[in-house]
Design a protein around this ligand. Structure first.
Ligand SMILES: [Fe+2]
Length: 317
């Protein structure tokens, strides 16, 4: 199946300070070129005998496919980014201010990234990352870098072919002109679409019903702030003896011997328990504690998560 060309989304004759000749050449030669390459590579790949194709040939084709496909997609987004009056919409200004501190701060970073690519080449992309519902300004060289799972909503082309005809080597003037032509209502619409992309599915453990988990970062913050919380490491004995370390300031108790240590706990303060990775033992212990009348939760991702965020550990005696 062939990739088909998309109509240019900005009206070249209406742009302010970017000539129709430049936009036309960009669309026909660079965007069109990427699309033509992409289709040629796809055809070659479709005809390939994978059993007899040397690894380096396949690597090369797949790399070129990625470059051509991303170049195609980013050029479509680039042309769709242009054609406005450069006046931020209220909704978009608010979204950027929330994420970057202020609209000005976002603009300063985006612009500076464009300036920094002057004389080099690459893309400056504003992308939405569904995992955390975040917006980031992303650098992308070679058309081929993109945030995995990210949704690009604004793209600035910093390859020389995007500006040399009108601006010579003056990449800064080009970046400023791009910003003056930004189509903010279209950007806001794309942002709205991106926000509807669901984050990756969280781990589900339906067997543990309603028992609540709490994040490692949250537990760490509670402890650092001196908030009342009883945190207990309940990794199975064989895990503790193998891993040889323990979160600093947190006691270990054998989950098999719950009845022996449950009396140490206070019912007036929340309890957080965790095991090695956040699966069974931590959840089961939290359930038993809840049944005994404690406000107990298990810590997601367990001791591994504690170490993964760089929280302090000490060697077990
Ligand atoms: Fe381009």
């Amino acid at each position: 199946m062939k990739y088909r060309i998309k109509q240019i989304q900005c009206r070249p004759w209406l742009l302010n300070g970017l000539s129709p000749r430049l936009i036309e050449s960009h669309y026909e030669n660079n965007y069109g070129g990427a699309l033509r390459r992409l289709n040629a590579i796809s055809e070659q790949l479709a005809a390939l005998d994978f059993a007899s194709t040397p690894g380096h040939v396949l690597n090369g084709l797949k790399r070129e496919e990625l470059v051509a496909l991303n170049s195609t997609l980013l050029h479509e987004l680039y042309f769709a980014s242009l054609g406005g009056d450069g006046q931020p919409t209220k909704g978009m200004a608010q979204a950027l201010a929330e994420q970057f501190g202020s609209l000005e701060r976002w603009r300063a970073e985006f612009r500076a990234m464009g300036y920094a690519l002057g004389g080099g080449s690459g893309w400056v992309i504003l992308a939405y990352v569904p995992r955390d519902g975040r917006l980031i300004n992303q650098y992308a060289a070679e058309h081929s870098q993109s945030v995995a799972g990210g949704v690009p909503i604004l793209a600035l082309d910093m390859y020389e072919h995007a500006y040399h005809m009108d601006f010579g080597a003056n990449a800064r003037a080009y970046v400023d002109t791009f910003m003056r032509n930004l189509d903010w209502p279209a950007l806001e619409a794309r942002h709205g679409d991106a926000c509807k992309v669901a984050p990756p599915r969280p781990l589900e453990q339906p067997e543990f019903g309603a028992v609540q988990g709490i994040g490692v970062e949250e537990v760490r913050e509670m402890m650092a702030a001196g908030r009342p919380v009883q945190v207990i490491d309940v990794r199975p004995r064989h895990f503790v003896s193998r891993q040889q370390d323990i979160a600093a300031g947190i006691p270990w108790r054998d989950p098999e011997q719950l009845q022996e240590w449950i009396g140490e706990l206070s019912k007036s303060e929340p309890v957080v328990v965790y095991c090695a990775y956040g699966f069974h033992i931590g959840c089961k212990t939290a359930i038993k504690l809840r049944e005994a009348g404690f406000d107990a939760k298990y810590m997601n991702s367990g001791h591994s998560g504690w170490r993964a965020v760089g929280a302090p550990v000490k060697l077990l005696p």
